[in-house]
Design a protein around this ligand. Structure first.
Ligand SMILES: [Zn+2]
Ligand SMILES: [Zn+2]
Length: 296
């Protein structure tokens, strides 16, 4: 696998315009063109947002807290539901996502951190995911997931669930539902997720003196159903909750609590008091990450 610096030096055309980036840009164009063609619709926006919430839950409760961090336990059938829902958000395979995310925590804001904002906003937002240089999955980091054949299958055929969602929206509601319920919703889900990589290591406060530049950000926590408490998360990654205080809104955690109440998930990993009450970060640690010279 290439180093991030080498990939960055290869230039923006190679990063952003390759065969695998076609669906990404195509869906952006389809969303804008579709809304222009059909005309603005508040009901349409409502549909996009109504579908955004469960899809974002699968990103945070699935890809992130379950598959990457194993922050709670569940049955094999619900694990498959989480996998299908997560893959349905068009962010590549479960094993791919989890292996890159585990590397992010291992190398946070060091040169090996593939989406550190030290490499620039757009790179950390979506450049790293669009380039073909990081298409591969480091299976040694996800052995616990790779032992399930259904997850390996879904990792290979990761584009099937989103295509099925697109087909279902069209079958149920025609072109209008396809545009608002899939294209617009998909663009919102992508950029909502990507703000965690691009913004939550840059804007916000630092409660804990972690070795990275992670921040807590209330607005991002609302947009991402709780992922904006990113400094909390880097401080204690295995917790099922990322809002550590009652006022730190964490919708994903509330959903997980609800699922635990009916026995669908269990053993939600909590936050011990001594971890939550650790000394606050010194102000001088709140400096933004050092910028690297742009390769272009
Ligand atoms: Zn992070
Ligand atoms: Zn994480």
């Amino acid at each position: 696998m290439e180093s991030v610096a080498t990939s960055r030096r290869s230039g923006w055309r190679r990063t952003y315009f390759n065969v695998l980036a076609i669906p990404y840009w195509g869906i952006h164009v389809a969303a804008v063109a579709g809304v222009a063609w059909l005309g603005w619709s508040w009901t349409g926006l409502l549909l996009a947002l109504a579908l955004y919430v469960p899809r974002m839950f699968f990103v945070t409760g699935g890809y992130h807290r379950y598959f990457s961090h194993r922050a709670y336990k569940t049955s094999r059938w619900f694990q498959l539901v989480l996998a299908l829902g997560a893959a349905g958000t068009f962010q590549k395979g479960i094993l791919w996502w989890a292996s890159h995310h585990r590397n992010h925590h291992k190398f946070s804001d060091q040169p090996e951190d593939v989406h550190s904002p030290r490499y620039g906003f757009w790179w950390s937002h979506h450049g790293w995911i669009l380039t073909r240089d990081f298409e591969g999955t480091d299976l040694s980091r996800v052995k616990d997931l790779a032992r399930y054949p259904e997850l390996r299958w879904l990792d290979r055929w990761w584009f099937v669930p989103p295509l099925a969602i697109a087909a279902a929206t069209y079958a149920i509601g025609g072109a209008w539902a396809l545009v608002w319920g899939f294209f617009v919703c998909q663009v919102l889900t992508w950029h909502g997720t990507f703000t965690i990589n691009s913004l939550s290591h840059v804007f916000g406060s630092r409660r804990y003196a972690t070795t990275d530049t992670s921040r807590n950000n209330f607005l991002l926590a609302l947009i991402t159903l709780g992922e904006g408490w990113h400094n909390n998360h880097h401080h204690y990654q295995v917790a099922a909750r990322q809002g550590f205080r009652w006022w730190e809104i964490d919708v994903t955690y509330y959903v997980l609590r609800g699922l635990a109440a009916i026995g669908v998930v269990w053993d939600l990993h909590g936050v011990p008091d001594h971890i939550r009450d650790a000394a606050p970060a010194a102000p001088d640690l709140a400096a933004p990450p050092p910028a690297l010279a742009s390769p272009e």
